[in-house]
Design a protein around this ligand. Structure first.
Ligand SMILES: [Zn+2]
Ligand SMILES: [Zn+2]
Length: 554
């Protein structure tokens, strides 16, 4: 049973994004009311077969939704807003975001059939809103997407700075530079707590500037004879602009490949960015342009199956194919977990005879998250009393806490999802561990991550399945053939195993009189156990295939 929060106390509670990089969902409470910051997704791994996306279970706040004042979004990355369309029906609160973030959110809500139902409030850059006793001001911070924002959250018990995702890039190329003036004056005003991005804390230096990447790409992309393909994160508008401008400067036509890329560029233009973006050509027209006169900007820098780069590499793209003289540049980093996918993609590209250039041997990417130099600068400006690292695995967050201590911050608290932290009054501490879990998006449905269906799928995926159907007459004798279907069992094993299963079923049927009083369910269960034993003995694997026995009465 969760403790009741006290209206005179100020709390922070992450339900997602603490102990992991992805699916951020943060809550603040004061005056008995709640404020939500961000509501994102993560990509599922191979342990969730058939599931693409996961998100935080909002049950704790869902049960308190009458006290939820609103959802404030920091920026438009999927790990910050990707779950809104799925979870908003449980929360039904107003949503606040800056223009670019709001534009992308609107199109997601429309896709989900929620257009017009969600109270949306667009806040200008640097703008303020008041929700209950929370006064919230957006503070522009550079990141790898347009309109990265930190939030100054003022309460009667002190100021919190919720950084969101950020870096300090003096030359972000597109969009606002970090509002250092606002950070300095916040530091003078006094900061009770910083809740801060930990993603890039292992980098001892700073993350680097988009301007430097532009210079490097300009040199790297010059002097090639074949087609040029560059893949990057679709939402990194500054990078996309760099590629388009470099293409233009090299006298190459530019073609955007991939739906999310076109959507992001359109949203940026709609919000007043990219006003001198070069004219692009369609995929269809690009086919007829000489090889040394075209540059394709593609989605799929993580080797995603349905994205442009993979479709091109597997010859599945309608208009675009690869040939020997071509060059493919990955202007991105490998997100941990995607190594195998990307190795596969690189091998496929190599098979086509194209040159593959990546961050391993060329300067083609900078991170959007703060390295230690930037973190130290932020702590120096703000001088917070409490450091709460988030947006990291435990090892990232722990290192940020250690650094904060070294830099003179009095209290450091490393939360996990569900840690209810009392920030004030008194010594800050974790006062409760509330319910937190993950949900999985299964096609059109949202399920608990440990739902039986998913557990069963995993079992079948690794062990295969055996489905046995037996028709019994009223005297409990087998009528006709026993039907056995084996899935995920090698052809060479199938015949022998089928015979063994049929023999086991017949043997069980001989004993039925004893069990008959217990009903068909018990008979089927006894048969299932017998078949499972046979399968295990036969295969030498434990657990063997998932076994199902159906009894039909004739
Ligand atoms: Zn981000
Ligand atoms: Zn993020």
């Amino acid at each position: 049973m969760a403790i009741d929060i006290k209206p005179e106390e100020l709390y922070f509670l992450p339900l997602g994004g603490a102990g992991e990089i992805g699916m951020n969902l943060n809550l603040y409470a004061y005056g008995g009311k709640w404020l939500m910051v961000d509501c994102g997704i993560s990509f599922a791994d191979i342990y969730l077969p058939g599931i693409d996306l996961i998100m935080p279970d909002p049950e704790y706040i869902g049960e308190r939704k009458d006290d939820l004042l609103g959802l404030v979004l920091t920026h438009a990355h999927e790990d910050h807003l990707g779950a809104v369309a799925h979870l908003w029906p449980e929360l039904r609160c107003p949503i606040y975001a800056t223009p670019f973030t709001m534009t992308l959110l609107e199109s997601k809500l429309e896709e989900a059939g929620l257009a017009g139902q969600v109270p949306l409030h667009t806040v200008p850059l640097g703008g303020s809103i008041t929700l209950g006793e929370f006064d919230i001001t957006y503070v522009s911070l550079t990141h790898s997407i347009l309109e990265g924002n930190g939030l100054k959250i003022s309460t009667p018990l002190g100021n919190i700075f919720h950084t969101g995702d950020w870096k300090l890039d003096p030359h972000p190329l597109v969009g606002e530079a970090s509002d250092i003036g606002a950070l300095k004056s916040l530091g003078h005003e006094g900061v009770l707590a910083i809740v801060c991005d930990s993603t890039n804390v292992f980098n001892e230096k700073s993350s680097g500037s988009e301007q430097d990447v532009r210079e490097s790409l300009k040199a790297l992309l010059d002097g090639h004879n074949g087609r040029l393909f560059v893949t990057t994160f679709a939402s990194n508008i500054a990078r996309v602009e760099t590629l388009a401008k470099v293409g233009d400067a090299l006298d190459r036509h530019v073609c955007l490949v991939g739906r999310s890329l076109k959507r992001n560029v359109e949203a940026a233009k709609k919000c007043g960015y990219l006003q001198d973006f070069p004219q692009v050509v369609s995929e269809e027209d690009a086919e007829h342009i000489p090889k040394d006169k075209i540059l394709y900007i593609c989605t799929g820098c993580q080797g995603e199956a349905r994205a442009a780069m993979m479709r091109i590499a597997t010859n599945q793209h309608r208009y675009i194919s690869l040939s020997r003289e071509d060059t493919v540049v990955f202007s991105s980093k490998i997100i941990p977990g995607n190594e195998l996918l990307l190795a596969r993609l690189h091998n496929m590209l190599t098979e086509h005879g194209v040159h593959v250039l990546t961050e391993k041997d060329h300067f083609v990417h900078v991170s959007g998250h703060p390295g230690q130099e930037e973190l130290r600068q932020m702590y120096k400006w703000l001088r917070p009393v409490i450091s709460v690292p988030v947006h990291g695995e435990l090892r990232h967050m722990t290192l940020q806490a250690e650094l904060a201590k070294k830099w003179g911050v009095e209290h450091q608290i490393v939360p996990v999802n569900g840690s209810l932290i009392r920030l004030a009054p008194g010594i800050p501490e974790i006062v409760d561990q509330v319910y937190s879990a993950r949900l999985a998006l299964d096609g059109n449905f949202v399920l608990p991550e440990d739902d039986d269906a998913i557990v069963m799928r995993r079992r079948i995926m690794y062990n295969g399945a055996a489905v046995v159907t037996v028709a019994l007459d009223q005297g409990h004798k087998i009528s006709g053939q026993v039907a056995v279907t084996l899935l995920g069992i090698a052809d060479s094993e199938e015949q022998e195993l089928t015979q063994m299963i049929i023999a086991a079923i017949k043997k069980e049927t001989d004993h039925i009189t004893v069990k008959a009083g217990k009903g068909d369910r018990n008979i089927a269960e006894a048969m299932r156990v017998a078949v499972r034993r046979i399968c295990r003995q036969f295969s030498g694997k434990s657990p063997g295939p998932q076994v199902t026995v159906n009894i039909i009465r004739v």
